[in-house]
Design a protein around this ligand. Sequence first.
Ligand code: PLP
Length: 412
Amino acid sequence: MDDRVRIDALARRVRGEFPLLGRTLEGHPLVYLDSASTTPKPRAVIDAVTDYYERCTANVHRGVHALGTEATQRFDAARLEAASLVGAAPDEIVFVRGTTEAINLLRHALSLGPDDEVVFPASEHHANWLPWRMNTRPVPMPIDEDGVPRWETLELLLTPRTKLVSIGHVSNVTGCIAPVAEVVHAAHARGIPVLLDAAQSISHMAVDVKKLDVDFLAASSHKAFGPSGVGILYAKREQLRGFPLYQVGGGMVALNEDVLGPAPSHMVPRDVPFRFEAGTPAIEATIGFGAAIRWMRALGMATIREHDMAQARYLVARLREIPGVRVLAADMPPERRIALATFVVDAPGMTQENVARALGDMYGVCVSGGHHCAHVLHARVHLEGTVRASPHVFNTTEDIDRLVEGVRDLCS
Ligand code: PLP
């Protein structure tokens, strides 16, 4: 099937489910090409959140009344959905605020010291970079002139001091997919665990922690059609049980015997994953996340990925046609990238951030502009900023054509 036909058939089928896409921007129909930043939400997710407010607003794992029971059932169902999305067991999924908190929780849990090394590509998002320079020695893997990690250097970077290899499954700047199997093989051969930052992958392709054999996984709901404020950290049950406590408070404790005497005596945390979920969680966001996962799985992750590859091919090819545009990692084949293109526009007198702003203001096209939380990548490839277009399953070829038209105008 022709890419155009394939892209538009699915996009036209689903786009009516996204209320956001019905609005206009500066007098133009909205073209939303910023899903790598956060995705719009389908009606099913909005309804799940609204229904919680309207039908069963209550706290979870605490209430004895019927509303509490209903809210708890919906909340617990989301954990089952999240677990099955990544091929884990429900008690291996800790709900956190998002990928950033998941990685910081893991950093705390691994109790690394100043002599311990963490290896990660120099192209990583700050969320998978800055935690590894807090009381730890970061070891960034070199990248090429397009910001793609030089994976062949990995083995040279692994030493007896390496305590973790941490990689983005999909780069939020280049859209390239990491060779996870090779990385895991090299790390595990030396007894080193691997963290997969799946923030940019879980809404684009099937991700299975057991098949990939990764030790830890971090992801966010809001980049996968769900609400913001919730995400997951996956770790194997026994590993989680060995982690030190993170935050403490209500909801994570099974027994607190301090009440028996004047001095603190004995506190027994609940089993995993609850011992890492102190306080009232983001209940409605988590229920919405469950609905988002059901929505993606009803569409089918394989169907989404096929669409994604066709869109990647179309997007990169169309942008490359424009004189004065350089697309990062443009030669990476669609099988090894997602539908995301980061590019530099030669627009006289304009920064890349201004180009992104102009696309919104003048054409109604929403893209990202700047450093995309990857300052080191930009410094190493000598770029002061880039523009990033990240379509998803609801974007038609017409949306991409509008982007191309706008960029072409700004270049001339
Ligand atoms: N990792 C990658 C690859 C990302 O793209 C992002 C967000 O853009 C993050 C981590 C951080 O995610 P969050 O802000 O949801 O914690």
